[in-house]
Write a protein that binds this ligand. Structure first.
Ligand SMILES: Nc1ncnc2c1ncn2[C@@H]1O[C@H](COP(=O)(O)OP(=O)(O)OP(=O)(O)O)[C@@H](O)[C@H]1O
Ligand SMILES: [Mg+2]
Length: 183
């Protein structure tokens, strides 16, 4: 097993063991921190993610962003290109969502949104390190997507404290974020 896989396995084990009540409580703390950032306040079009298997929960962030008039996008997996397609959503009602590729929730109807109009990307991860490097689930979907964005676009990672490691192994294709918000 290579170093990335080893760290992935170790952190995913902790993610699985993390109590749901803690996950939700810490996610709200992370939301409050996010909403205070300059990047969030200045962003009009934000690509969030729909939390999968113990990731930092984004529902309340999405609902409140919509309430204050932000445009919210969420990713849909493009399995052919192994990347992400941003799709616009206007609420999180059950009827609007379905289970997509890899078992990840997605909008039932895709409303594509041009990547060049995105101001801020909220990035999920298995782990981040102290240098804002990111370790994902190992398929490179976010790496491919983030790489093609203009350098103007801000990238903020969300993670619980146990997901932060000293140093991740990185290669040239791995895309870092601008900052990581933790709780
Ligand atoms: N821009 C790219 N073009 C082609 N292949 C890429 C690109 N970015 C990443 N890959 C490939 O994707 C595979 C998975 O990469 P990696 O292990 O870094 O995934 P990850 O960052 O953990 O996953 P993800 O981004 O999906 O959360 C690797 O084989 C990597 O070389
Ligand atoms: Mg990577």
């Amino acid at each position: 097993m290579d170093d990335k896989q080893k760290i992935r396995k170790e952190i995913l084990k902790k993610t699985k063991a993390y109590k749901e009540e803690l996950r939700l409580r810490k996610s709200l703390l992370i939301k409050n921190k996010l909403f205070k950032t300059k990047e969030f306040k200045e962003a009009e079009n934000i690509l969030f993610y729909l939390a999968f298997k113990g990731e930092v929960e984004t529902r309340k962030m999405i609902e409140d962003s919509l309430k204050i008039g932000k445009t919210v996008l969420v990713p849909v997996c493009d399995m052919k290109r192994k990347t992400i397609v941003p799709s616009k959503i206007s609420n999180l009602f059950k009827e609007e969502l379905c289970i997509g590729s890899y078992g990840i929730e997605r909008p039932r109807k895709i409303r594509s949104f041009s990547a060049k109009d995105i101001d801020l990307v909220i990035v999920p991860a298995v782990a981040f390190d102290k240098y804002n490097n990111r370790l994902g689930r190992g398929k490179g979907y976010y790496d491919r997507f983030l790489k093609k964005l203009s350098s103007r676009v801000k990238k903020i990672g969300l993670a619980f404290k146990f997901q932060i490691v000293d140093r991740l192994p990185v290669n040239l294709l791995d895309q870092p974020v601008d900052r990581v918000i933790t709780a």
